[in-house]
Design a protein around this ligand. Sequence first.
Ligand code: HSE
Length: 306
Amino acid sequence: MNEIKIFCPATIANLSCGFDVLGLCLETIGDEMIIRKVKEKGIRITKIIGADLPLKTEKNVAGVAALALINKFDSEYGFEIEIHKKIKAGSGIGSSSASAAGAVFGINELLGKPFTRKELVEFAMKGEVVASGSEHADNVAPCLLGGFTLVRGYNPLDVIRIDSPEELFAVVLHPQIEVKTSDSRAVLQPMISLKSAITQWGNVGGLIAGLYTTDYELIGRSLQDVIVEPLRKHLIPNFDQVKFTAMHHGALGAGISGAGPSIFALCKGLAVAEKVAIAMTEEYLKTGIPADTYVSKINPIGVSII
Ligand code: HSE
């Protein structure tokens, strides 16, 4: 096999309570990439369609992630990467992670799979640094592994994959404004109170327990963020009203998707998710800012060959 075409899904990171540690993989939104094995060693980004992103390998998240992989595996070949972006940069649904995860997944396939999907997370994380200035795996892990993922620890990296309850659907409202992850991280405070920490880790535990026991109400109760959301929500016009509307129409919980500006809601059943999506969109459009809304099942597979 000398060429591979892959689907690189969008993801929702943080899931309210789990800043930098929790994420889930979406099914209906994602980029496509074509990766070719070539004689000339090294990594070359040959084409980017759908976004104005750097072609220079060292400046591109896919390029940096790919370099991290080939630095650990002495290949006699090089690789060309073609990126077809469908996920907008700065949208909060893992645009850079999709590129980073797709690059390492595709190259690994063409090399005969020397690394497991879990091992690839570490390489993909290097790409994230280019986009956000910090190494975090809460988007790349669900993109590579599918389902829900928990980064139990970063040093050493310890990622746990969790199956999604069957009837869980995600709604994502993407306002057509860009919020750079680095800017969204700049508003955060380095210190938090013990009271907030107690609330937050109670919710992380509750969310994980809810996923394992298919307790939708517990999942919903646990989608709370007393640390990051209060600082970031001002970057998203009408956030409180959209969140309230989602809950009012039956969402289990709602919050900021990743670093924003996208807003997500989790719902039990497709019918509720579709109703919530319409209500969130109508509420958001009151701002005068256009928005795209998606409804998606949780993608159990992650990045895949097309
Ligand atoms: N956990 C990250 C953040 C996700 O919220 O900044 C975005 O890359």
